[in-house]
Design a protein around this ligand. Structure first.
Ligand code: HEM
Length: 309
């Protein structure tokens, strides 16, 4: 499509019209110079119904307000202190594997991604709750994945999906209330690495809005990383020479060290970086960004707009 049409094109199905932007120039246009020409919010999309006012599906000043709060815990200086926790969580998951057993890496990497995301970003230990949250999380992913809703806006929500939203909501509202109460008894400023605390202390953030950001991070942050890690492991299994090279690199940088890597050591794992990025690039991702209803393309190739859809 890119070769035959332009670096920016749209797939026009009756109710679902995803736009595709290929390459740095097209991405700069859509993310920076002409971002107001696109709406990130398509009301009939289940993603919007699920995430409500999550940062992924809101526009303009509302988007920027949430981003300003949420960017701080993800600044490099606030992520680096979590390296030991990443290490510990990974050990916890791999400690459940026994020699000679076959493990489904899609399942194991999802566990790991969820535990790391919620531990490092929300400062909560989700592991004990995973048995009851696991199926609901899978139902939510099914709910927002391409399905009947693409063709039929009135497609009913499955009972299992409605139930899944209720279960996740109950869990998230509970961790919000608990952290709010903890913060009220503390005099000190909240830990800058704690996203949940940052959302709670920000002005005008209601529990509903905080729930929307937490659920957005939970879905956007873990399902993507799960797919990335599972693909990396699958492809390394299919390319034993690369796997051996990678093991040699890790051995030479970390040796038999039984403590978390430093940031400098991680930076020295250049082949690992290439393997992760090489795998990340072609991964299928689907954008929820929708061109506005008023169709047509201007000469820049961007869908023309008179306002947000
Ligand atoms: C391999 C890993 C990842 C991939 C491939 C990926 C991919 C993407 C893509 C394509 C978008 C744009 C979606 C759109 O605008 O419709 C996006 C947005 C977003 N991602 Fe990721 N992501 C990854 C990891 C993460 C992680 C780990 C987090 C959280 C810790 C995260 C949080 C978000 C958020 C909050 C947005 C919305 C940003 C905004 O609208 O300002 N993602 N991601």
């Amino acid at each position: 499509m890119r070769e035959h049409v332009s670096p920016i094109f749209q797939i026009t199905m009756p109710r679902f019209r995803p736009a595709v932007f290929v390459g740095p120039d097209a991405n700069r246009q859509v993310l920076v110079t002409q971002r107001d020409l696109l709406s990130w919010r398509n009301a009939s999309d289940p993603v919007v119904k699920l995430l409500r006012h999550g940062v992924l599906v809101v526009n303009g000043e509302e988007h920027d307000r949430y981003r300003r709060i949420m960017d701080v815990p993800y600044q490099r200086r606030n992520v680096l202190p979590s390296i030991p926790a990443f290490w510990r969580y990974t050990d916890d998951v791999t400690a459940t594997w026994a020699d000679g057993e076959t493990q489904d890496m899609l399942v194991e990497m999802r566990k790991l991604a969820l535990i790391i995301l919620m531990g490092a970003s929300f400062h909560v230990d989700v592991a004990p709750h995973l048995p009851r949250l696991w199926q609901p999380i899978l139902h939510l992913i099914e709910y927002i994945s391409p399905g009947l809703w693409i063709l039929w806006a009135g497609a009913p929500v499955k009972a299992s999906q409605r139930q899944a939203i209720e279960t996740l909501d109950a869990y998230l509202y509970d961790i919000i209330r608990t952290r709010r109460a903890e913060l009220a008894t503390r005099e000190a400023e909240p830990d800058p690495t704690d996203l949940l605390a940052a959302l709670i202390v920000a002005p005008d953030m209601t529990d509903d809005l905080i729930r929307d950001q937490l659920l957005t991070m939970l879905i956007a942050g873990h399902d993507t990383s799960t797919a990335l890690l599972a693909w990396v492991l699958y492809l390394l299994g299919a390319h034993p020479a690369t796997l051996a090279e990678l093991q040699a690199e890790v051995d030479s940088v970390l040796g038999a060290q039984d403590e978390p890597p430093t940031a400098d050591q991680l930076n020295a794992l250049t082949l690992l970086d290439q393997v992760i990025k090489g795998n990340a690039a072609p991964l299928p991702t689907h954008s929820h960004r929708q061109p506005p209803r008023h169709g047509g393309h201007d000469r820049s190739g961007l869908p023309r707009a008179r306002g947000h859809a």
